[in-house]
Design a protein around this ligand. Structure first.
Ligand code: CVU
Ligand code: MN
Length: 595
């Protein structure tokens, strides 16, 4: 039975019996239950289940109560605690001292009993003790009997809980590393220290030959493979074949060992097998393959592909695109952060984005900066609207979710990218109709295969994310909030056909103005690697909060300082230069799972 990571809610109280404690019991518990209701009715786990909290059975008036509650939480997989109080309490005698929980304290802003004073005292202790804690305190004084949660407090409670549940969902799970390093991409050289010490995850190593072993020994559900093959035939429409008419060198024609008309058969098996490697499949146990049935405890993964696979076998683009999407042949289901070229750091960025938003991730090369001048020169078109300052061409074969077509429609009929549990059959059909599957470019992919091909059809808010490893500093995060842009079809064609025209394209314009965001060109220049992972919405503030929980400094972002929500102790490293304070706080704290 799955024990979901939970938010443990700790109602803390002035322990003085004989009047004070008794007079506060009801209000204190009411705060705890109000916070529980807010979180459980607004947040979801990645599998669509409602978020879960566990409220302490008693108020906490001192260390004995605190320990009793800690014991209660032990069996509940509590990854974070939210301490709530309307009054003065005794800081270190009641605070959560567990180094492995993410912490916040909500001090009620009511002046009859000073909840703010406990908040400040406990936060000071947390700073002294190296237990980073988020402070939550309403802007306006409330009546003591007011059980409503003010909007500013709601937003911080939800942001804290949303990010804390991302931390909890990653903890104990695996990045499944299928293959090795792709084409010398440093992010493709997996760091067990990063995944282990910063995310609390394990790395599972699976050689690409495992896919061939399972194909050869038929370690897959033949009925499902048939279902996939049938679905592909019905739903995956082939696009242009740029190999047609080309006299390919002998080295290429000799390299393609799967006949072209059998590529989809091969790919259907590959898709089922890769999913089974990550998550397991009870059907394999029915077929006698007990070990394979258990999977590798994945929450994310990546496939090397290039080049030792794709130089002779059909590529993994279909597998990667479908894994990242909110649906497959069985209908809507949870998307997976699954990195092409096994770029593990972009896989981590995909994971952060999809767990924070419960939307599908987009994996892209940050391929080209198109200045307005260059677009004018080659097309005669003047970029307008959100593209007016130039655009970044986000494009990569493989792991771009088909949701990025933006063919899905929200309740108002507007283009969007949805959570899988909101995907309607017509959304799935629309995403598939907006995608065609082009034969792989044999010059790149000698083994053939098919690549998803589409363009993002709408202007939506988008946040692009990157995790980098910086020697001497460790992991860092970059993010850029902005918008996708829709270029006139003829203009898109000209620009798209100058590069790999058989892959998915998203035109992206980062929001300018913040330091490092002086121009679209500057954003690309500052970006830490060839890849970026993007998700629907402007989620930069939550990414900053999540990064601070993981002690990963953010070295590029365009989030207004008023939206930044980090543990109060980060302010102890300075309040003027927030970026350097962030770096120093993360360095001082070190990774959460430092062993
Ligand atoms: C097909 C090519 O090798 C691409 O995979 C390559 O240009 C990249 O995407 C590099 O990130
Ligand atoms: Mn790439």
């Amino acid at each position: 039975m799955k024990v979901y990571p939970k938010i443990g809610i700790r109602p803390v109280i002035d322990g003085r019996q004989g009047g004070v404690r008794e007079s506060l019991e009801e209000q204190t518990m009411a705060m705890a239950f109000a916070a529980q209701t807010l979180i459980e009715t607004h947040l979801h786990y990645a599998d669509g289940s409602p978020a879960q909290c566990v409220v302490a059975s008693t108020t906490i008036g001192g260390r004995a109560d605190a320990e009793r509650v800690r014991q209660e939480f032990l069996s509940q997989n509590v990854c974070a605690t939210l301490t709530v109080t309307p009054c003065w309490c005794y800081g270190t005698e009641t605070m959560d001292l567990d180094p492995m929980t993410v912490k916040a304290i909500w001090g009620f802003n009511g002046t009859e009993r000073p909840g703010a004073v406990y908040l400040a005292a406990a936060a000071a202790a947390a700073t002294q003790y190296g237990l980073p804690t988020f402070k939550i305190y309403g802007h306006d004084v409330q009546e003591a009997d007011d059980t409503d949660i003010p909007t500013d407090v709601r937003e911080k409670l939800l942001s804290f809980a949303r990010c804390a549940l991302v931390v909890g969902q990653m903890r104990g799970k695996s990045y499944v590393n299928i293959g090795a390093c792709a084409m010398g991409i440093a992010g493709s050289q997996v760091s067990t220290e990063f995944f282990g010490k910063y995310l609390g995850m394990g790395v599972e190593y699976v050689d690409m030959t495992e896919i061939l072993r399972r194909m050869t020994l038929e370690i897959y559900d033949p009925d499902e493979v048939y279902q996939v093959r049938t679905w592909i035939a019905e739903k995956c429409h082939e696009g242009v074949d740029i190999n047609t008419g080309k006299s390919l060198p002998d080295i290429i024609s000799r390299s393609k060992v799967v006949p072209a008309d059998e590529d989809w058969d091969f790919i259907a098996k590959q898709a089922v097998i890769v999913r089974d490697i990550l998550f397991g499949n009870q059907r394999l146990a029915d077929l006698g393959w007990l070990e394979e049935a258990r999977g590798h405890n994945a929450i994310a993964g990546g496939f090397q592909g290039q080049r030792q696979w794709t130089d002779w076998l059909p590529n993994g683009d279909f597998v990667e695109a479908i894994m990242a999407s909110t649906f497959d042949w069985s209908g809507p289901r949870q998307p997976t952060a699954f990195a092409t070229e096994n770029d593990t750091l972009n896989g981590a960025a995909m994971l952060f984005g999809t767990l924070l938003t419960n939307r599908a991730p987009i994996f892209s090369d940050v391929r080209t900066y198109w200045s307005p001048e260059a677009v004018k020169r080659v097309t005669g078109h003047t970029l307008q609207g959100r593209a007016v300052h130039g655009v970044l061409h986000l494009i990569n074969s493989g792991a771009t979710a088909l949701d990025a077509t933006c063919a899905s429609r929200d309740a108002e009929g507007q283009p969007t990218m949805k959570s899988f549990w909101d995907m309607q059959p017509e959304d799935v059909e629309a995403c598939l109709r907006a995608t065609d599957w082009c034969r792989a470019n044999y010059e790149y992919f000698r083994g053939g295969g098919f690549s998803s091909h589409f363009k993002t059809l709408a202007e939506i808010p988008l946040t692009m994310i990157r995790v980098n490893l910086v020697d001497g500093l460790g992991p860092t995060l970059q993010l850029a909030e902005g918008y996708t842009c829709v270029l006139p079809e003829d203009i898109h064609q000209v620009l798209d056909e100058r590069t790999d025209k058989t892959w998915p394209t998203t035109w992206f314009a980062p929001r300018l103005g913040a330091p490092g965001f002086e121009s679209v060109y500057e954003v690309m220049s500052a970006w830490g690697a060839n890849h970026g992972a993007s998700v629907f919405g402007h989620v930069g503030a939550d990414l900053l909060t999540l990064a601070s929980m993981l002690r990963i400094p953010v070295t590029l972002h365009n989030v207004d300082s008023s939206r930044i929500f980090r543990p109060s102790s980060f302010g102890g490293f300075g309040t003027k230069e927030l970026e350097s304070a962030d770096v120093r706080a993360c360095q001082a704290l070190g990774p959460m799972y430092r062993g």
